[in-house]
Write a protein that binds this ligand. Structure first.
Ligand code: 6GU
Length: 243
């Protein structure tokens, strides 16, 4: 998978060289390119923002540098159609299903906005371009961040760990909280490792029994209990039904 990120803060993406994502890059499973939006601005101060039409607080990122940056990125590979991801708190909320859907695309381009966001014509323009595979405006939850950079890191990590060969144990991906399949819309229950007793607390005995059937039913029940307690909206089945 190829991943491009356009941002005015390229240093935000240094964590992509670490851990799971760094290993995926080193192994050639992903190819990541970070672009500084300011290199596509042409005035003396490399400005990328301006006052909003209609008035109001804050600044809006103008369409000109975005158009040039995205066109230049797309022109580097005419064989693939990129999906444009525009992180924004006003978008649909990113979830595991989106991560799974995106993990099947060969090329994701993230456009990180700052200030009050990116001129709306940018998303509109690329949604209408047949040489692009569409535009996804998405947020990561109901709170406001200073820009799309952290949200992009979240989404990249969620997508890349689903790619074949990135996580050592494939079962640890399919059994995740929210993964499609038997555990769908449940969070995972508690996990334990050695020692068997720690500060007076014992590991649940069923986990030591070696009885795989009983262990599986216990874990399923724990997942149901934990979901009811921590995520009642999931337990009620009223979450994610719009997908
Ligand atoms: Cl994608 N951007 C910003 N600025 N705030 C957010 C967000 C994105 N998702 C949740 N809050």
């Amino acid at each position: 998978m190829r991943i491009d990120v356009v941002t005015i803060f390229p240093d935000y993406f240094m964590p992509l060289a670490l851990s799971l994502l760094g290993k995926a890059s080193a192994a050639g499973l992903i190819e990541v390119h970070i672009h500084d939006l300011r290199t596509f601005a042409h005035d003396r101060h490399n400005s990328v923002d301006d006052t909003p039409f209609g008035g109001g607080p804050g600044m809006v990122m103008g369409p000109q540098p975005w158009g040039e940056a995205l066109d230049e990125i797309a022109a580097t590979n005419n064989a693939l159609r990129p999906v444009l991801v525009v992180p924004t708190p006003s978008g649909a909320v990113f979830d595991q299903r989106m991560a799974q859907a995106w993990s099947t695309h060969p090329w994701l381009v993230f456009a990180c906005g700052r200030y009050e966001g990116i001129d709306a014509r940018v998303a509109q323009h690329y949604a209408g371009r047949s040489d692009w595979a569409g535009v996804r405006e998405v947020g990561i939850g109901d709170y406001v961040l200073a820009g799309g950079e952290v949200a992009t890191l979240v989404m990249v990590e969620a997508v890349v760990r689903l790619l074949p060969g990135v996580v050592g144990n494939e079962a640890s991906v399919t059994d995740d909280s929210f993964a499609a399949g038997s555990m769908a819309q449940l969070v995972e229950g508690p996990v334990f490792t050695k020692p068997q007793e720690w500060r007076g607390l014992e590991v649940p005995e069923v986990l030591l029994s070696g009885h795989h059937g009983r262990i599986a039913s216990w874990r399923a029940e724990q997942a149901r209990l934990r979901t009811a307690q921590m995520r009642p909206e999931l337990a009620a089945g009223t979450h994610g039904l719009q997908h």
